[in-house]
Design a binder for this molecule. Sequence first.
Ligand code: SF4
Length: 347
Amino acid sequence: MRIEEFLPDVQKVLAEEGEPAYRLKQAYKALSVSLIRDWEESTALPKRLRTALSREAPAATLELLRVSQATDGTRKYLFETRDGHRIETVMIPEKERRTVCISTQVGCPMACKFCATGLLGIKRNLKAREIAEQVFVVARDIFPDRVSNVVVMGMGEPFLNYRETLLALKTLNDPQGFNLAARHIAASTSGLVDRIRRFADEPEQFHLAISLHNPFEDERRKLMPVASRHSIPELMSAARYYVETTRRKLFFEYTLLAGVNDQPRHAEALAELLDHPLYFLNLLRFNWTDTGFEATSKRDAKEFLHHARKLGLSATLRPSRGEDIDAACGQLAAKDLRGRPTIPASR
Ligand code: SF4
């Protein structure tokens, strides 16, 4: 973990102030362990340095504008970046678990047809510090409860912002920092095959989920424009590389859309496609967004699950969380983002 890459602005101030090298680690620990939001909270740093840092490299890169809580306890956080963009983060409580779902881009360029974030287009990639800081803020908010899991399934395609996302995940995993076990951290991709291979080669044991949503090439292309870039055989070849390289489970996300991908023939094709003991199918009922799709009924979703299991698939039907505050999967839109000009995503 290279702290100077995570905190380049802090490093610059320390160099200008002629501070010894250990100050960088002190500053890093103040942010990632003590979870400070203002350098004045870090009394281990001399007053003169705290003042310089507050002026040149403030401790908080995100301003927390609003927290909404759903009836099921899910909490949604609306942040504003220093350059005025808005992003959302979600905390999902479940028995002993406190899972934080984080964003990696402002908007998303992948344009999946059923996703509210996809309607926004892309404004910019988030920096590693902005990605990790979402978790720090939630951790501070829910204390004395602890963040148990982090999933990179909020706004954006994390593998289009690979370097900053990985740097953030390594920071969250760092035993000298936030210290969350790698097996409690999962990234999700819409299916960028070269990045799936690269992720498989990373030394940390992060988990991976691939958004599949349809086992048929032509139908998947209609739902997910990325499918035109990478065919299903290419995707499955990368998936096989991932499980053979890591020996870890691989999750396939599948949002059930009424009359679109929830028929018996879809379950049958999935059973053929996901024929590997390390593949797991995560079914999810569609959460309403203004995209023209309808959710598969609860009864039909359960039937699809039973059919898939009878065909030999390891599958679960995940409950929707935070629907009443638009915090469920595919609903993150930081609504006042719409209407702002879009720029192409940089890699
Ligand atoms: S589902 Fe994910 S990859 Fe697709 S548009 Fe939404 S945020 Fe982007």
